[in-house]
Design a protein. Sequence first.
Length: 320
Amino acid sequence: MEAISKIAGQSIHLPLRFLLEFGSHGKFGVICMQSFGMACIYIDIKVKKVQKKKIMQKRHTDRKMYFHDLEVTSQEYYIDYVSAYTKLTPESSILEVGCGEGGNLAPFARLGCRVTGVDIAECRIKDAKAYFSEISDTATFACCDFMKCPMPNRDEDKYDVILLHDVIEHIPAKEPFLAHIKNFLKPTGVLFVGFPVWQMPFGGHQQICKNKFCSHLPFIHLLPNPLYKLLLKMCKESSGTIKELMSIKECRTSIELFEHLIHKCGYSVTDQKLWFINPHYKQKFHLTPRLLPHWMWKLKYSRDFFTTSCWYVLSNQTKK
């Protein structure tokens, strides 16, 4: 089943699973999302059967599936994107901060690169070591607070590529965090950062909610804190889920905030991509990734509502 959405004059086919994620219910429905009068999504679908299993929640509970999804996306998109700015060889050293189970690192390891992953969650590192036992015997994983990791003294001990994927939006003190990462990057190295923009429909990560209504409702994370928390309590979300969602709201990251911070920390922007359809949605919803129309990239604040993922390639060298 498909619906056709017209965004900036482009027709985009959206499969049923994507529509369900964005709040489609009933036999016939119409969803209209308007932000600054720039976009509307009209949906006219007939739903024969609503799947009982929540796809997004399954991916968060089935970590092997999540690992595989990240591995495929990294292989199809991250490798080519990063290698356009630095040559990847068996001599290349790759670090991922907030690596989880290490799915993003797997394709780099298969190329022979020396990969290292750090994460504060012990269970994620345990899974990463188990998964990588079949991929690489040289991969290194450590459970630690990255901010407490000692800085390398020599350039040869630093990294050619550092990956920061879906992490920065969870960090409260972003400026010292980004400044600390800079100390681990070789003078000729690159930092790849990808993150979901706070203002986009599910920028609050509300898809992790157990309640079907909350997990499918876009933009609720933009409600004032008291109303947002009240809604979550009314939907009987656990205190742990509410705490996590409120933490994400506190740490929210917009394009404008991120660009301000990287310039303040002395990074140079080598490349930028603003995605209307996140490349990871190819695995989740079988959607073809699409960049936001380039003319919208310059529309500060408005662009945030339509960008499901931001990509940046940053350099350690400040342009003169």
